[in-house]
Design a protein around this ligand. Structure first.
Ligand SMILES: [Zn+2]
Length: 523
């Protein structure tokens, strides 16, 4: 055994149990927002942070890394990235962890009020999807933003503290540090965002014109009077029924969980053990979002969701089980540090799976819809998929540009900056006279900072992988060979190489927006 391997072995062996306990505490607080669980989460997050802040271990990693090669070098590179962000004063780290916890608590417990009644996110979405009562829609939309006002001061403070931490270790701000630590190049990222902007601006404007005409007809107002609450979700990040195909009625025959499980069985993956460990349905004092977590890198993978019938949660379950399948498919003989996945690639897999919720072949083979019924809507489904990608790409442009502004200057007029970006990229006009921290109502800004671009990259990865699967396996749905390809080329290697290298080896070319563009045009 080389010295580098010995160093990596020792540090990983110490880190693994603390990391697992912290993951379990993160799971518990999201399942039940209680003060005990919150205290435990903060305690464990602090323990991880304290471990990663240790200067002696960091120095040892730095000293050993230069002489290391192969997998040992890779492990030490990843360890270095994990330690680097924590080489900051203890009181600063503590303050960040506590504030993140406090904000997360507000998101778990805050409920907006519509017509005097406390409503959760699903109820707000129901109103925005279904209600024809514009006053009620406006109330629901405004209720969805009240959490923003409640946390905005803390989110600004978090940005200041994170920036201080980033500058301590030599970076411009938290935005720059986060990208560097996740093996992303900032100028390449913005070049890709520009490429996506150019590819989507025209098609999006044309598509939105059609949508706005349909909405104006539905609500009986001129197009110019459409407001943010006329769209079908609080951030216009999804395609409203008017702009897509509602497969909801077809889905009513199936059970979301059973269909999700069946989808993965069809490509050779068993998800029942994950589902049995998961927490899948809505409850009070539970996180209203969805995520997948690998607790211990030893097989304890779980999903948190809030499933109700319909396409949204089917897409989400397929998405989260995509993450879970990836986690479960990593070569268990790899060292601990490498039994992990790169965020861009795991988002790519999750999005690839989530897209099946509106896929013609899936509707026929997995849902069991009649071939004639599917054929009748096949081209509409492709158009809906393209619309979904357009809407989402424009939304990510808002989020990523906003986060860069937030960290560039947390004191700036963020309320105005937010609406400037929404107007520019989503073509949704700001409401005259409204001055409110609508940006802070998006939970990712506070709790998953500098992550949103990964979803867009995930779409590019998903399109590129889908092209590879089509070429080599004839497609994805019910093709065990496609599952095997993903397992061998994407899942098994885990973090044993950089994400860009992994993707190039798996698909035969570096990451490109080409296939994303082709998927857009096919609609
Ligand atoms: Zn995801």
């Amino acid at each position: 055994m080389t010295n580098a391997e010995a160093v990596a072995n020792r540090i990983e062996a110490e880190l693994a149990p603390i990391h697992a306990a912290a993951s379990k505490a993160a799971w518990d607080i999201n399942v039940l927002a209680s003060s005990e669980n919150e205290a435990r989460r903060i305690e464990m997050e602090q323990a991880v942070s304290d471990f990663l802040a240790d200067g002696e271990r960091f120095a040892l990693i730095e000293a050993t890394r230069s002489e290391a090669a192969g997998l040992a070098r890779r492990r030490l590179d990843l360890l270095r990235a994990a330690f680097l962000a924590n080489q900051v004063p203890a009181d600063l780290r503590t303050r960040i962890i506590e504030l993140e916890g406090a904000v997360q608590m507000v998101f778990s417990t805050h409920r907006g009020v519509v017509a005097g009644r406390r409503v959760n996110d699903n109820e707000i979405l129901d109103i925005l999807r279904e209600s024809d009562d514009v006053a009620e829609r406006r109330d629901a939309w405004e209720a969805s933003k009240t959490v923003g006002a409640a946390v905005a001061g803390d989110v600004r403070e978090l940005a200041r503290l994170r920036n201080t931490a980033a500058r301590t270790v030599g970076y411009r701000d938290w935005f720059a540090l986060s990208l560097a630590l996740s093996e992303m190049n900032e100028s390449k990222l913005f070049a890709t965002l520009d490429e996506v902007d150019r590819a989507t601006a025209g098609p999006f404007a044309r598509w939105k014109l059609g949508l706005d005409e349909a909405l104006a007809a539905r609500f009986g107002c001129p197009v110019e009077e459409l407001a943010p609450w006329h769209y079908a979700d609080p951030f216009f990040q999804e395609v409203p029924v008017e702009g897509g195909v509602d497969v909801g009625p077809m889905l009513a025959v199936g059970d979301t969980i059973a269909l999700s499980e069946r989808t993965f069985t069809g490509i050779g993956f068993e998800t029942r053990p994950v589902l049995d460990r998961s927490d899948l349905f809505p409850r009070d004092d539970k996180c209203q979002h969805a995520f997948c977590i690998d607790i211990d890198r030893e097989g304890d993978v779980r999903v948190l969701a809030n499933v109700v019938p319909g396409q949204y949660w089917l897409d989400t379950m397929l998405h989260e089980l995509g993450h879970a399948t990836f986690d479960g498919g990593i070569d268990p003989t790899l060292p601990w540090m490498l039994r992990d996945c790169h965020t861009l690639v795991t988002e790519g897999i999750a999005i690839l799976m989530g897209r099946l919720a509106g896929d013609a072949e899936w509707l026929e083979r997995v849902l069991g819809a009649a071939a004639d019924d599917v054929a009748a809507i096949a081209s509409d489904l492709r158009a809906a998929r393209a619309a979904e990608m357009l809407v989402f790409a424009r939304w990510v442009l808002v989020m990523t540009n906003f986060e860069r502004s937030l960290y560039a200057d947390p004191e700036s007029d963020l309320d105005a900056r937010w609406w400037e970006l929404v107007e520019r990229y989503q073509l949704v006009p700001a409401q005259a006279g409204r001055s409110s921290a609508d940006w802070a109502a998006k939970i990712h800004v506070a709790c998953a900072p500098v992550y949103y671009h990964c979803y867009l990259y995930g779409h590019l990865v998903a399109s590129q992988l889908a092209a590879t699967l089509a070429r080599e396996c004839g497609g994805l749905v019910d093709r065990p060979a496609a599952g095997a390809l993903l397992r061998e080329r994407i899942f098994r290697p885990g973090q044993s190489m950089r994400w860009d290298r992994l993707l190039e080896l798996a698909t035969g070319e570096p990451l490109t927006a080409k296939y994303f563009g082709e998927d857009l045009r096919s609609g």
